[in-house]
Design a protein around this ligand. Structure first.
Ligand code: ATP
Ligand code: MG
Length: 405
């Protein structure tokens, strides 16, 4: 017996008046992007539910993908039957016979959106329940916590049977909480920060700094591949690559080694802010965690933040490395993150970066540089790519939909 439809129940925002339509539209777009490999699938987003018509598509694959889309509370794969009670009871019987084990308890739960149907909900419950009890000896009715709840939904275009309710990823549909940039390196922390931003509905655009020839094409591809890994949660993501070589070389020439890291990162923030403002993004997310490395002390964060007024959001700020790694493994970014490609930060890392840089010193050293010119030159050479679920940048099939979560 093949599933014909998946019925999706919305998550937390669906109850909030004004946002509701926006919530539903975004979720429909995100679901359709994450199911881009199945053009036969049709999505109908209604006020209270979303119906995904499979039209023969592989339901197991689609279920796997739906499980990680933010904004879905849960969903039920279902079978469409003609509006003929005899046919319905026959399909119900086949379903229950498959599921049956000794002493199994069940109940029927009918809902009607078509109130003119011959049977009301109680009559339908009795009709189907009675038939199943008669045909499957040993089956028992139980209203509270039965082993199986067989749902029967009477709609104008057919009757839908389902028995499974599968948990969704929760969170908010990506895009309903505004748009922001994420500073994405090739490391472990920033993809996790990105995942946490997506979870709360933020539409992120990746900003990645790279420094050819010091960093290779492989390092750039790795950052793109990490982006692919985040697409299942909310659909397509813009990847913005920013050439950083000249800035790093100039900074290295002009700035004492202890301040190299801090000044480079001040440039990163300036660029991230400029890109965000141009693209109407409201904030900058990054993967900084307190105390992890020299650039992540409070003093250092203050010195770096000095160049921008934009909110800098750090979803992993107070997590231990192990906690971050747990999430990275769950979302399947960890193995990619630990691939040993050089990052622009490590290439130009000073041997002993200051852990307590002073803001006045940063400003003083930057007077030796044409800050605005360097920023504008980098901005003039950014490149934007739209990254979609299922793409691959490291010449290996992106197994984006491995059992996540
Ligand atoms: P990650 O594991 O995310 O690389 P990290 O612990 O290595 O983080 P840093 O190298 O100090 O820490 O970087 C801190 C944050 O700065 C990163 O989480 C990321 O958000 C941002 N960042 C670092 N390098 C880059 C880069 N090349 N492109 C974009 N953002 C970067
Ligand atoms: Mg790093």
């Amino acid at each position: 017996m093949q599933y014909t439809e998946i019925m999706v129940r919305y998550g937390e925002l669906s109850t909030k008046g004004k946002n509701r339509q926006n919530f539903i539209d975004r979720l429909a777009t995100n679901v359709s992007q994450t199911l881009n490999a199945f053009p036969e699938v049709k999505i109908k987003a209604h006020r209270d539910r979303m119906h995904i018509h499979l039209n023969g598509a592989d339901s197991a694959e689609i279920i796997k993908r739906l499980k990680v889309v933010f904004g879905i509370q849960n969903f039920s794969p279902s079978i469409k039957v003609e509006r003929d009670v005899k046919q319905v009871r026959q399909v119900a019987l086949e379903l229950m016979q498959k599921l049956y084990h000794e002493g199994m308890t069940f109940k029927i739960n009918t809902r009607r959106s078509d109130h003119n149907f011959d049977y009301d909900t109680n009559q339908m419950n009795d009709y189907l329940g009675g038939y199943l009890l008669e045909k499957i000896p040993g089956l028992k009715v139980q209203m509270k916590n039965p082993d199986v709840t067989l749902r029967c939904e009477i709609r104008l275009n057919g009757i839908y049977l389902s028995y499974e309710t599968i948990d969704g990823a929760g969170g908010l549909p990506v895009g309903t909480a505004g748009k922001a940039v994420l500073m994405l390196s090739g490391g472990i922390d920033s993809p996790v920060a990105g995942y946490l931003a997506l979870k709360r509905g933020v539409d992120i655009e990746m900003v990645h700094f790279f420094s050819p020839p010091y960093t290779s094409q492989k390092a750039l591809d790795k950052a793109k591949e990490l982006t692919v890994k985040l697409t299942p949660f909310g659909g397509n993501i813009q990847f913005i690559e920013v050439p950083f070589t000249k800035i790093q070389e100039e900074v290295k020439k002009a700035v004492p080694s202890g301040y190299l890291m801090t000044i480079q990162r001040r440039f990163m923030f300036r660029l991230a802010e400029a890109i965000a403002r141009k693209r109407n993004d409201l904030a900058i997310f990054n993967g900084e965690a307190l105390g992890q490395v020299a650039s992540q002390t409070l003093e250092s964060m203050a010195a770096i933040n000095d160049v921008t007024n934009m909110p800098i959001l750090r979803p992993v700020v107070s997590m231990d490395k192990n906690e971050i790694i747990d999430i990275a493994q769950k979302i399947d970014t960890f193995d990619l993150s630990i691939m040993p490609f050089e990052d622009c930060c490590t290439v130009f890392a000073p041997p002993a970066p200051k852990t307590k840089p002073r803001i006045e010193k940063c400003r003083e050293y930057e007077q030796r540089l044409d800050v605005e010119g360097l920023v504008n030159e980098a901005l003039a050479n950014i490149k934007v790519t739209e990254i979609k679920p299922g793409e691959s940048y490291l010449n290996k099939q992106a197994d984006t939909f491995a059992e996540l979560l």
